[in-house]
Design a protein. Structure first.
Length: 398
């Protein structure tokens, strides 16, 4: 339920849970502002109103409006300290005081106070990052949270990919407690959870993505103002995959069966090359599909096999195998942080196979490519309906 959908009765019930010492006075009012005022003394009423304005501003404004129109409890609104409220609640209070002032109420005007920015203690400052595992296309989400000089926290969210640089960029500004809650919640998502990663490692990944961003494609809106700051990292910063390889040893043997199962289930890979890199293969598959009525099934399979092998020769060079190895390493880091240490070791073994260029690396790349193009390959292999009908008619005439 969104903030806008929470009415005053529901908000007061939440206040009763958050202020248990006042619950016996809040609940009997059943959401009636005037009954609530009669149940609470001045101090308790002020606490309830402050809590609502801070946590459920719309409901707090509804209560404050009702009380402001009641001469007996209107003084509670006048006595609230705006400086102790968050910005949205201060705006509400300002509107209410203007309303009371225009009605002829004596509204005090506080004297201007010089304010100095108070920085958070060093041990409470936020400079944290989270990282998701690569999705089926190799894209992953990087979250970077840093303190704002004037208070609060900036949360940067970037979607990055090896071949296409930065795909998405968003910037949020929020309070410290909400920022920590957000970072914690990222680790608990059922799908593509984001694990904790060093902020220097996150900045290194961002810097690499910015360096790979295609020159003919504009950066996502807003990123240009921040790219130099987001990409700053020390010279000894390590990718997450490097960090896990220093801590966790690869499994001694490459487990092709386990990896095949993860590939089939969509837990890892297939991380296909770009459509541009596969243009020749896709064109060849189209040619095979167009000629399937004049070749046997076995001949068609030979053509498909030849097309895939040619694509491996043309596309999967040392650089692409190195990229695959990096994706396996970084996925291993996420799995390791998520408590899947043995599985992470198996991914590190797959990364080693890709770096070594062993025959098993080519078989792995072939399988990943087949999974990435599964839908297209099924269409190429599927017999033409017209051809099937013609064969059945010939058989009947015979």
């Amino acid at each position: 339920m969104s903030e806008a959908e929470i009415g005053l009765p529901e908000a007061l019930e939440r206040a009763a849970s958050a202020l248990p010492e006042l619950a016996d006075a809040i609940r009997p009012a059943n959401g009636d502002p005037h009954q609530l005022a009669r149940e609470l003394d001045a101090d308790a009423a002020s606490r309830v109103l402050k809590w609502l304005l801070a946590e459920h501003t719309a409901a707090g404004e509804e209560l404050a409006l009702a009380w402001a129109d009641d001469a007996e409890v209107g003084r509670l609104v006048l006595s609230l300290d705006a400086g102790a409220l968050p910005k949205p609640a201060r705006k509400v209070l300002k509107r209410l005081l203007h309303r009371l002032r225009s009605r002829g109420e004596a509204v005090p005007t506080p004297a201007p106070v010089a304010r100095a920015t108070t920085l958070a203690p060093l041990d409470e400052q936020i400079d944290e990052a989270r990282l998701s595992a690569p999705d089926p296309y190799g894209a992953r989400v990087v979250y970077l949270a840093t303190d704002r000089p004037a208070g609060g926290v900036r949360i940067f969210q970037l979607v990055i990919q090896d071949e296409n640089g930065v795909l998405e960029f968003e910037l949020f500004e929020t309070g410290r407690s909400k920022a920590r809650r957000f970072l914690r919640d990222m680790t608990r998502r059922a799908r593509w959870p984001a694990v904790e990663v060093g902020s220097d490692s996150a900045r290194l990944l961002i810097a690499e993505a910015l360096a790979r961003h295609p020159a003919d494609r504009a950066l996502p809106a807003g990123l240009s103002d921040w790219k130099s700051k987001l990409g700053e990292h020390p010279a000894d910063a390590k990718r997450p995959g490097e960090a896990v390889r220093e801590t966790l040893a690869p499994e001694p043997d490459f487990d092709a069966d386990a990896l095949e199962a993860w590939l089939a289930e969509g837990e890892v890979g297939p991380w296909p090359p770009s459509s541009e890199a596969l243009a020749d293969l896709l064109a060849r598959l189209d040619e095979i599909a167009e000629g399937r009525v004049v070749v046997s099934e076995a001949a068609r399979e030979e053509q498909i096999d030849s097309a895939l092998e040619s694509a491996l020769d043309a596309v999967y060079d040392a650089d692409r195998f190195a990229r695959l190895a990096g994706l396996f390493d970084d996925t291993a880091y996420v799995w390791w942080k998520a408590g899947r240490e043995s599985d992470a070791g198996a991914l590190l073994a797959a990364a080693s196979v890709c770096r070594e260029g062993a025959p098993s690396a080519r078989r792995l790349a072939r399988r990943m490519l087949e999974i990435a193009l599964q839908g297209r390959l099924e269409q190429v292999r599927k017999p033409e309906p017209a051809a099937e009908a013609g064969e059945e008619a010939s058989a009947g005439a015979a």
